[in-house]
Design a protein around this ligand. Structure first.
Ligand SMILES: [Zn+2]
Ligand SMILES: [Zn+2]
Length: 170
């Protein structure tokens, strides 16, 4: 497992270069709930055209997320697209494509991917994580996990329209 996330600029050849590596997630400064013991897998293609470097790929790792409805932890395989543009040297004309261009100096020896990877992960975390699409959630009266057991609580018949509203209000 690698403990750095840098790509040596001078080792790049003109055209396509591809990289696959596993890195220790503790290198990435992530909120505790996104940490994982498992390594982060990075799959990246670096295209070099003169002073332009285009990185495209993805990062994946398994993590435990808390279900938004039943509050149980479940395994989620996070996959985040990776995309970045670098321009070498201070005086090269800016060339914007879809993404933001990161300018790096001629004196830099390597591309540090940590910040890009961190942003990619944060963007890919589901806003509302569900353990499964039809998770029944918790009983609003007794708090039982209704995926695991039923209860006899008398709840007002849940009108599906209200359920949707309730989800929005969270
Ligand atoms: Zn759930
Ligand atoms: Zn109940």
């Amino acid at each position: 497992m690698l403990h750095i996330m840098k790509i040596d600029i001078f080792s790049l050849t003109e055209g396509e270069n591809s990289f696959q590596f596993e890195v220790d997630l503790t290198l990435v400064d992530l909120p505790t709930e996104l940490e994982s013991e498992m390594p982060l897998k990075v799959n990246a293609g670096v295209t070099k055209r003169g002073t332009n470097l285009i990185i495209k790929g993805d990062v994946t790792y398994p993590l435990s997320l808390e279900c938004n409805r039943c509050l149980e932890l479940f395994q989620h395989n996070l996959q985040a697209p990776l995309e970045a543009y670098f321009v070498l040297g201070e005086n090269v004309p800016e060339r914007k494509e879809d993404g933001e261009v990161i300018r790096i100096s001629h004196t830099d020896q390597s591309l540090d991917l940590i910040e890009i990877i961190r942003e990619a992960i944060l963007l890919a975390v589901p806003y509302k994580a569900l353990c499964r699409a039809d998770c029944k959630g918790l009983c609003s009266v007794c708090g039982r996990n209704l995926n695991q057991e039923q209860c006899d609580c008398i709840t007002r018949s849940p009108d599906p329209r209200w359920a949707v509203l309730k989800d929005f209000q969270r």
